[in-house]
Write a new protein. Structure first.
Ligand code: ATP
Ligand code: MG
Length: 331
């Protein structure tokens, strides 16, 4: 088992600042469970980076290793060029952390809790009210932490990660318990932080959100990074079918299936759904047959890419391995 060490700095490279986070060949096992298997990634300063993946994929484990809350079995992690493990006090003021199960001073009122956290980091008291305001907790400032609702506690956890103005912010599913408006409000807070040049590393199961916020995302499946790219490239490179939805009764199923370029026709929720990879051609055929009034189109988004990728990789991971000495092969 090797220690997680800071990357050595090469003489003469001082002009180029180290990336916010550099993870190289990190593996982590809990007993029989290989939670992370040779994960490498680099997160640039000022980047908004999203970690996606199914439950149990290893996102929290990876984030906690970056944060210095967990130790990797092997591999190296550097945060601003320094190892976060063992506990690196020089990094603490520069990093903000919201974990998936945050700890609170439950007997304190919301603003007291945040004041305590701010004091730990030497942040000014003025930051407390501003941060409560930013996460929409001004009205709850005098409520005891244990009496806050689930979403309000989550906001307080986020506030605790932000109050000392860190350069690098780790948020593990920050929007999980938030109502739709609070989620949008947090997006604005995070966009504001990014605009100030801060680096944000966060996990989410909301694909629409990752697509709206992240500069780049990594999709983790079974402890390995399946892909890292911009949402734009991921969606653009995914040759998914476009779905055209027609109000029922406008076109028969057989008639629709006969249109050149239509791959599949189904009836779903009051619509006749035509799947095609030649949307322009099919739309103009539909226009000629029935007109385009009320026709809706839906193109692939990050969610389609994610579902396709994770289903394929999870399936292949669960395909039984054959012995090397057999001549059988998988179709
Ligand atoms: N402290 C632990 N002890 C034993 N196994 C653990 C521990 N923490 C995580 N695991 C296991 O490691 C795997 C990865 O867990 P992790 O919490 O990193 O996943 P995740 O991607 O964050 O999932 P989720 O989306 O549900 O939050 C899971 O199989 C989990 O059961
Ligand atoms: Mg998690």
């Amino acid at each position: 088992m090797s220690e997680v060490q800071a990357m050595p700095t090469t003489p003469g490279e001082a002009a180029a600042p180290a990336p916010a986070v550099h993870v190289r060949h990190v593996s982590k096992r809990y007993g029989e469970r290989q939670a992370l298997d040779d994960v490498s990634l680099e997160i640039g300063r000022g980047e908004f980076f999203g970690l996606l993946g199914p439950n149990g994929a290893g996102k929290s484990t990876l984030v906690e290793i970056m944060e210095g809350l967990r130790r990797a079995d092997s591999g190296t992690v550097a945060v601003f060029g320094e190892s976060p493990w063992p506990r690196n006090t020089a990094l603490l003021p520069r990093v903000g952390i919201q974990t998936q199960s945050s700890a609170f001073f439950v007997r304190q009122r919301a603003h007291e809790h945040l004041r305590t956290v701010a004091a730990l980091y030497g942040a000014p008291r003025s930051a407390v009210d501003a941060t409560l305001e930013a996460v929409g907790l001004t009205e709850q400032r005098d409520i005891q932490v244990e009496s806050l609702s689930g979403g309000q506690r989550q906001r307080l956890a986020i506030a605790s990660a932000l109050v000392h103005g860190p350069e690098l912010i780790f948020l593990d599913e920050p929007t999980a318990a938030l109502d739709p408006q609070a989620r949008r409000d947090l997006w604005e807070v995070l966009r504001g932080l990014k605009a100030q040049g801060r680096t944000i590393v966060y996990t989410t199961h909301h694909l629409d959100e990752a697509e709206a916020l992240c500069d780049r995302i990594a999709i983790l499946v079974d402890g390995t990074v399946a892909v890292t790219d911009t949402p734009h490239n991921l969606v653009g490179g995914f040759k998914a079918a476009t779905r055209l939805m027609l109000p029922l009764g406008r076109l028969g199923e057989d008639e629709a299936a006969a249109i050149p370029g239509v791959d599949r026709v189904t009836v779903q929720g009051g619509s006749l759904v035509l799947e095609t990879r030649e949307a322009g051609r099919v739309l103009s055929a539909v226009d000629k047959l029935t007109g385009l009034d009320g026709v809706q189109t839906r193109t692939a988004g990050l969610e389609d890419v994610y579902l396709d990728l994770t289903a394929r990789l999870t399936r292949s991971a669960h395909t039984p391995r054959r012995n090397a000495d057999t001549t059988e092969h998988q179709p």
